[in-house]
Design a protein around this ligand. Structure first.
Ligand code: PLP
Length: 458
């Protein structure tokens, strides 16, 4: 690992200054988060010299793993060539990247670059509203999302988010967002049995559009699999059915690939697993493996073309941001995608998922494991107090498994606050570049963490 120059700051000083000056994201103030100093491959090192396997790839984002020299070199080279240019003009890395993304998307898309996943979703909402405005349906302005979904932290993307705990205290959010129950077969919101239902979770979109009034609905936004909201994998045919409903009502389908994109799902994009053809695809995290901030809103060519009407003076999109599509970030993305392709990390992701599926089978019998859910190399383990009642595991139980894994050298996560009492899904989403040994370490550590608990309880 490349060790950082610590500028003669002692460890104690660093921790003091952290407590004094840094406001940590979504963290209670009396917590003492670890200070990470370096990383290589799937491993990170903290200020105390402890090594951990980064089982969440940061925040589901470091797809190619840490410490990639060639990405650093691509960034440095671009900085020396030209570090900044707007996308009011154009620049070489953005042009190359937009073309490359079309290859990855396996479709004809035009790409609007921004900085974060939240930004990319905001842009999608604005494009959808303006599209309907310019096509004789200006009243179409609402978006339908799902309970438990997470779509970002800005007031619009948080409006699309279906997690009460994240929204309370910040309301009112942007208006015009409504939610339907998610596909959640383990706790079917419609009281149905998996495989023996009419997929009411998909039909719920038809109901919502009808009740809201089709003339008021601009779009549906969904992740292929709800990841941060608890790894909710939909039943077969769900996404295609939602797409049919959208098409019927002239509602745009926006697919949020911020986590599922760039190989996480075992295919290039999550929606490729479900045969859907989104009108708009949003992406961020894995596009640069988070080496540099960048996001994109990819818009179907036909939709982009509808903004080209030169007979209308103001038919173009009135959106700009200073850093969006920064040349250095685009160069980083190109280097990152080159690694994903050269090392065949998309199929590696599928392989990692198969390993989890096979080798973690013993977990299913554990009294605290209610359900195990997979999507490519992303894994969710839903914890319960007991299997019969399916009562969600208390926060302290969830925390104890996360702590056990950390003690054993593995960082894992849990789903975001959805509603009180439902932060009970452990999440694992390692770099797609994880070696055979890394994957074995994750599997062994998880099994050990659970057997430690089992022994603890006698
Ligand atoms: N969409 C999804 C599915 C996400 O998981 C996230 C972030 O975790 C976002 C959007 C927001 O991305 P960002 O944090 O880059 O704004």
């Amino acid at each position: 690992m490349n060790e950082p120059a610590m500028d003669a700051i002692s460890k104690e000083d660093l921790l003091d200054k952290d407590r004094k000056y840094v406001w940590h994201h979504i963290t209670p103030h009396n917590d003492n988060p670890m200070v990470v100093v370096s990383g290589e491959g799937s491993w990170i090192k903290d200020v105390d010299g402890n090594r951990y396997l980064d089982g969440m790839s940061g925040l589901w984002c470091v797809n190619v793993g840490h410490g990639r020299e060639e990405i650093a070199e691509a960034a440095a080279k671009q900085m020396k060539t030209i570090a900044y240019s707007t996308l009011i003009q154009s620049h070489v890395p953005a042009i190359k990247l937009a073309e490359k993304l079309n290859e990855w998307l396996e479709g004809e898309y035009r790409v609007f670059f921004s900085n974060s996943g939240s930004d990319a979703n905001e842009v999608a909402f604005k494009i959808a509203r303006q599209y309907h405005h310019q096509n004789g349906k200006p009243s179409k302005h609402k978006f339908i999302s799902r309970h438990r979904a997470y779509h970002g932290s800005s007031l619009g993307s948080l409006g699309a988010t279906g997690q009460a705990q994240r929204k309370l205290k910040y309301e009112p959010l942007a208006a015009g967002f409504t939610h339907v129950p998610p596909p959640y077969c383990y706790r079917c919101p419609f009281g149905q049995q998996e495989g023996a239902c009419r997929m009411q979770c998909a039909e719920a979109f038809e109901d919502a559009i009808t009740w809201e009034g089709a003339d008021s609905v601009a779009g549906v936004i969904m992740e292929p699999v709800i990841t941060g909201g608890g790894m909710l994998v939909p039943p077969d045919g769900y996404m295609k059915r939602v797409q049919e409903i959208c098409n019927k009502h002239d509602v745009l389908l926006i697919v949020d690939e911020v986590i599922c994109g760039f190989g996480r799902s075992g295919r290039k994009f999550g929606h490729h697993n479900f045969g859907a053809k989104p009108d708009i695809v949003t992406m961020a995290k894995g596009m640069t493996s988070a080496y540099s901030p960048l996001s994109a809103t990819a818009v179907s060519a036909w939709l982009y073309d509808s903004f080209k009407d030169t007979s209308k003076a103001d038919s173009h999109l009135r959106h700009v941001n200073t850093f969006g599509g920064n040349p250095v970030s685009c160069a980083v993305a190109l280097a990152n995608l080159a690694i994903l392709e050269r090392e065949e990390l998309v199929s590696r992701s599928a392989w990692i998922g198969e390993q989890f599926r096979e080798r973690l089978q013993p977990l299913a019998a554990h009294p605290h494991v209610g359900d195990i859910r997979h999507f490519g190399s992303a894994l969710g383990i839903e914890l319960v107090e007991d299997k019969q009642s399916k009562r969600p595991a208390e926060a302290s139980l969830v925390a104890s498994y996360i702590a056990s894994c950390k003690r054993l050298g593995l960082i894992i996560g849990k789903n975001g606050d959805t509603v009180p009492g439902f932060a009970n899904v452990l999440t694992i989403s390692p770099p797609l570049s994880s070696t055979d040994e890394d994957v074995a370490f994750i599997v062994d550590t998880l099994l050990e963490a659970f057997s430690i608990r089992a022994e603890d309880e006698g």
